[in-house]
Write a protein that binds this ligand. Structure first.
Ligand code: SAH
Ligand code: SF4
Ligand code: F3S
Length: 448
């Protein structure tokens, strides 16, 4: 590699889950501290960080084509760092196949990015996919900026080893960040403008810690503490695993006003045989009973889930059990995927891999049901009065976009309907709104 001038501008491109979005923000903050500034939209950056996801499909191939695009027709190509879960899983291969990449950094090592960058400027390539048990978090700069709706990673890694999933390999074992660190980071996010914080973890409800008095607490205890921050108005958490759910978290939904009435609880399949083959450690029935308890604690709670169709050996009858579970729940929102064999996972070599056309057809049927229920949930919200957290301006003059407590997108016009930018509304405001019209993916509201 040749020596290059130190980069003046950067771009971080994050793919995959919200934890990657969080990591991307933290990497950007480190680069800010180095005096490097975000490249303007449409402008080429001197340094590009590809913050990758390995969960499905041809993740690695996508990285190589992204790299190709970055180099195409450039006299001075940018410095390229590959971060995230593909970096963790296939770091060495990337180094061998893509000479233009000067840094490969895993999700637990990115606090060392500035040092790697220094070497890269010096013409030296480096790979860091260590998984230090003590979190990188201590080495990251203090939070100074925040959108109104912020993410805060509280738990990382996964010990569940679902047979289809790469996360336990790319993110490592489950760890919980300390209570006090999280309270401090939340406090700084709020000082920087956050009104809503979503607590993140691959299994966020597996978070465990000790409160200020040294007493053991679970996620509910952390939420209770964060709810004391006066300027924090909303708290959410994602993603939960059915096996880690405890009574306190369920009860919290009935007790803590700032905890939003929304639960993302992936189920993956409605067939107990498939769930067992997936190593999910719950049954369809135990999952439904858990949801019932949430509904008892918080009757208006919006339920969300993840599904995989075409897991090896899934029969038409087993898939029908998934459709039946969907009918029984009535999800407000859900994410569904075709099974994707991941290298190194047990399911990838199981008998009975399902043909692509069969998966396509099942996915279509599942999504038809999920879309139907999402629209029904939105339609049932019409007439409700609720707070909307304003996150950005809409496409039309005077229009604003935000989220309802149930995580629905809501658009509305300021009081001066269509007047230039409705000066009396600002991003980060909480606006009392009546929901007046429902579409599949959003609702129209009117200010009260
Ligand atoms: N920890 C969370 C989510 C992890 S990944 C959980 O346990 O639910 C997000 C979603 O991606 C999963 O819920 C699953 O639906 C999907 N997913 C994971 N691995 C997959 C694979 N190999 N093929 C298809 N979908 C997958
Ligand atoms: Fe993957 Fe299962 Fe862990 Fe979720 S719980 S991250 S699906 S192994
Ligand atoms: Fe993807 Fe890694 Fe998240 S594989 S879904 S970026 S944990």
């Amino acid at each position: 590699m040749r020596k290059t001038a130190p980069p003046r501008t950067y771009r971080v491109k994050s793919f995959g889950c919200q934890m990657n979005v969080y990591d991307g923000e933290r990497m950007a903050e480190m680069l800010d501290e180095q005096g490097i500034t975000p490249a303007a939209e449409g402008e080429d950056a001197d340094l590009v960080v590809l913050n990758t996801c390995h969960i499905r499909e041809k993740a690695a191939e996508k990285v190589y084509s992204d790299i190709g695009r970055l180099l195409k027709g450039k006299e001075t190509p940018p410095l390229i760092a590959v971060a995230g879960c593909v970096a963790q899983a296939e770091g060495e291969e990337i180094m061998a196949r893509a000479p233009a990449v000067s840094m490969v950094v895993g999700p637990q090592a990115y606090h060392r990015l500035p040092a790697m960058l220094e070497r890269a400027v010096d013409g030296k390539r480096s790979t860091d996919t260590d998984m230090p048990p003590i979190a990188k978090f201590d080495a990251l700069p203090r939070r100074r900026k925040s959108a109104p709706a912020a993410f805060l990673t509280v738990q990382e890694g996964c010990d569940k080893f679902c047979t289809y999933c790469v996360v336990p390999y790319t993110r490592g074992a489950e760890i919980s960040r300390p209570f006090a660190d999280l309270v401090t980071e939340a406090d700084r996010l709020v000082a920087a403008g956050a009104r809503e914080i979503t607590l993140l973890g691959q299994n966020v409800n597996a978070w465990r810690g000790e409160d200020g008095k040294g007493r053991p607490v679970g996620l509910a205890g952390l939420i209770r503490e964060l709810a004391q921050l006066p300027d924090l108005v909303r708290i959410r958490y994602t993603t939960s695993h059915p096996a880690d759910m405890d009574d306190a978290l369920i009860a919290a939904h009935g007790e803590i006003d700032k905890l939003m009435p929304y639960l993302h609880l992936p189920v993956q399949s409605g067939s107990d045989r498939v769930l067992k083959a997936m190593n999910r450690s719950h049954t369809a029935d135990s999952y439904l009973k858990l949801l019932d308890r949430f509904r008892q604690a918080r009757p208006d709670i919006a339920l969300s889930g993840d599904f995989i169709v075409g897991f090896p050996g899934e029969t038409e009858a087993e898939f029908a059990e998934t459709l039946a579970l969907v009918d029984a729940v009535g999800y407000a929102l859900a994410f569904s995927f075709k099974y994707s064999p991941r290298p190194g996972t047990p399911a990838a070599t199981m008998d009975g891999q399902i043909a692509g056309e069969v998966m396509d057809e099942r996915l279509q049927r599942l999504q038809a049901s999920l879309n139907r229920d999402q629209l029904a949930f939105n339609e049932a919200s019409v007439g409700r009065t609720c707070d909307v957290l304003v996150e950005r301006k809409g496409k039309f003059p005077g229009q604003w976009l935000g989220k309802s407590p149930w995580l629905q997108s809501v658009h509305f016009y300021g009081p001066e309907n269509a007047a230039a930018d409705s000066a009396d509304i600002a991003i980060g405001d909480i606006v009392r709104t009546r929901l007046v019209d429902a579409m599949g993916n959003s609702l129209a509201g009117e200010i009260i």
